[in-house]
Design a protein around this ligand. Structure first.
Ligand code: ATP
Ligand code: MG
Length: 545
């Protein structure tokens, strides 16, 4: 008679949290009873026991009620143990339920064959003792647990490898950090995962925790990227609760101070309790190491890009110099050549006035070419960051009176020059050479771009820690659309017409002002005039070579 019976007094399921489901397939009811008794006596494990008295019933049960282990009698009425194994693999689509084979004495050889086909163990039925059966079953279950654990670990490793691959696919730091938090959050299935950059000035985690930050706001000095629930109540201002958070530092290996991490990788759970597993911590560590490498690579790339960009700018500047020299030198050189040959060929027949006129042309054009070369050399020094900057205490009133008298040779009768100063200029330190460049450029512009003359007003105001200088003319002004680029080398207004110039003066002026730690602004209205204002700190600490 085919039969199926559950264990006599099964414990309710909630009392058997670790109950293993075990199927005994044996046509001998007495044997089944013995095995059941032995197993239920096991002090280490609970078993939920199913029974089948034929291979067919056993197979049916396996299909509908997956069990953890099968105790299989080798000699069944409807098929042999080996045939049963083949059927079982077929019907359960290759699933590997562990099997312990029960054989009679003398059948050991068959049992060994069965083991080669995947059976975990075999026991000889005659005189089978309780402890032997219990131990065999426990061993197989232990093996099963280890195998499951191994599979889980392998699966995790695979997921981690895939995730790391995705993280490392980009060289863009922002993208890397976003991918990392998203991937880790999906893998750990927690409320939120964050990468927060620590403030360079903050040296321990406690102060870091108390530092204000806007999440996902890169305007803040702390970078913070997160993935997960928007409702998550994580707050960096509150002390980190170790139960709710897993926190791992991200430490860059090339940093000299290793104790100061670049930032932290944080997994956070606020909905419900969460016991963090050691392998989850390992995942965070693994990701933090990979993030450190990715961050270093991104930093290197950014540096290389910046160097390349600088190189490109320098090359463009050099090409511009070549173009400017060939363009700007052609006309004055032609004038010089023409004046010199006239003097050489016809000098004897020219009166003194004409001779002076040609000599003046030669002098003026040579000066212009010389200034052009000087300006380009100065600009080149700035581009290469090689400008010498040495400050000394300066009496600004005296400095301006010398400068103005030098510039006076360029004024015409039409220019009215007004200089006034107010406030306290004492205690001003500056680089005399660079300051001369700044103010002579501005004065030359005011004169040059006021061909109709007019007032040129100069104001110098001394305040407690800075001096403010402004120069205002009533000249041709600058079209609004040209005003933004005027501080770039070689940029000129579209209204300059035939007024000579190369567009280097303001670029040099701005660079000199910035070396002094100051600022420059320009206001202008076409046909109404231009006002340039410069603020300089009385003392600028940085000294560059
Ligand atoms: P240079 O290199 O000889 O000084 P530049 O005067 O053309 O040549 P910048 O001093 O750099 O070059 O000035 C750039 C441009 O700004 C000028 O070409 C001119 O169009 C405009 N600009 C500067 N100052 C004035 C001003 N005071 N009035 C009107 N336009 C001005
Ligand atoms: Mg100029």
């Amino acid at each position: 008679m085919t039969m199926l019976r559950k264990s006599i007094r099964p414990l309710p399921h909630f009392l058997m949290p670790n109950a293993w489901k075990l199927l005994i397939i044996d046509d001998c009811a007495t044997d089944r009873k013995i095995y059941r008794r032995f197993l239920l006596k096991d002090p280490h494990h609970y078993y939920q026991i199913l029974e089948a008295d034929s291979a067919e019933v056993g197979l049916g049960l396996c299909q509908h009620t997956p069990c953890d282990l099968i105790l299989l009698d080798f000699c069944l009425p409807d098929m042999s143990g080996i045939e049963f194994l083949d059927e079982l693999r077929q019907k359960t689509f290759g699933s590997s339920v562990p099997v312990i084979m029960l054989t009679g004495r003398g059948d050991e050889e068959i049992a060994v064959q069965a083991m080669k086909r995947g059976v975990q163990d075999y026991l000889v039925k005659q005189h089978l003792k309780a402890d032997v059966l219990q131990l065999a079953v426990r061993n197989v279950i232990k093996q099963l647990c280890l195998q499951t654990q191994l599979q889980k670990t392998q699966e995790r490793q695979r997921l981690i490898a895939t995730m790391l691959l995705r993280i490392r696919q980009s060289l863009d730091l922002e993208e890397i950090l976003y991918t990392a938090v998203r991937e880790v959050q999906q893998l750990l299935k927690c409320d939120r995962v964050m990468v927060c950059q620590s403030h360079p000035k903050i040296d321990d985690q406690q102060t870091w925790q108390n530092h204000t930050t806007d999440q996902n706001n890169s305007n803040n000095s702390l970078l913070c990227y997160w993935a997960g629930s928007d409702d998550c109540n994580f707050n960096l201002l509150e002390p980190l609760d170790s139960k709710a958070n897993l926190v791992v530092p991200i430490t860059l290996s090339h940093k000299e101070v290793v104790s100061q991490p670049w930032g932290f990788l944080i997994a956070h759970q606020c909905t419900g309790k969460r016991e963090w597993q050691s392998d989850e911590l390992e995942i965070l560590y693994e990701v933090s190491v990979q993030l450190a490498i990715a961050i270093q690579q991104a930093e290197l790339l950014a540096q290389t890009k910046a160097a390349l960009e600088k190189e490109k700018q320098l090359n463009a500047f050099k090409s511009q110099i070549v173009a400017t020299i060939s363009h700007e030198y052609r006309t004055p050189l032609a004038s010089i050549l023409a004046a010199a040959s006239t003097l050489k060929q016809h000098g004897d027949h020219l009166d003194e006035f004409k001779k002076q006129k040609f000599l003046h042309i030669i002098e003026q054009k040579s000066r212009h070419m010389s200034k052009l070369i000087d300006d380009m050399l100065v600009m080149n020094q700035f581009e290469l960051n090689k400008t010498k900057f040495k400050t000394i205490p300066l009496d600004l009133e005296q400095f301006f009176s010398v400068l103005i008298s030098e510039q006076q040779q360029f004024f015409s009768d039409r220019h009215e020059f007004i200089f006034n100063s107010s406030g306290n200029h004492k205690g001003f330190w500056g680089d005399q050479g660079l300051l001369r460049l700044i103010f002579s450029n501005l004065m030359t512009n005011a004169i040059k771009y006021s061909p109709q003359g007019g007032k040129i007003e100069l104001h110098l105001t001394g305040q407690e820690s800075e001096v403010i200088f402004s120069i205002q003319d009533q000249g041709i002004g600058i079209p609004i659309e040209d005003q933004t680029n005027l501080f770039q080398p070689f940029c000129r207004g579209s209204n300059v017409d035939t007024i000579p110039g190369t567009g280097l003066g303001l670029a040099i002026t701005k660079a000199c002002v910035e070396l002094h730690g100051g600022s420059i602004t320009l206001e202008s209205q076409p046909d109404q005039g231009t006002k340039v204002t410069i603020c300089l700190p009385k003392q600028h600490i940085q000294e560059s070579s």
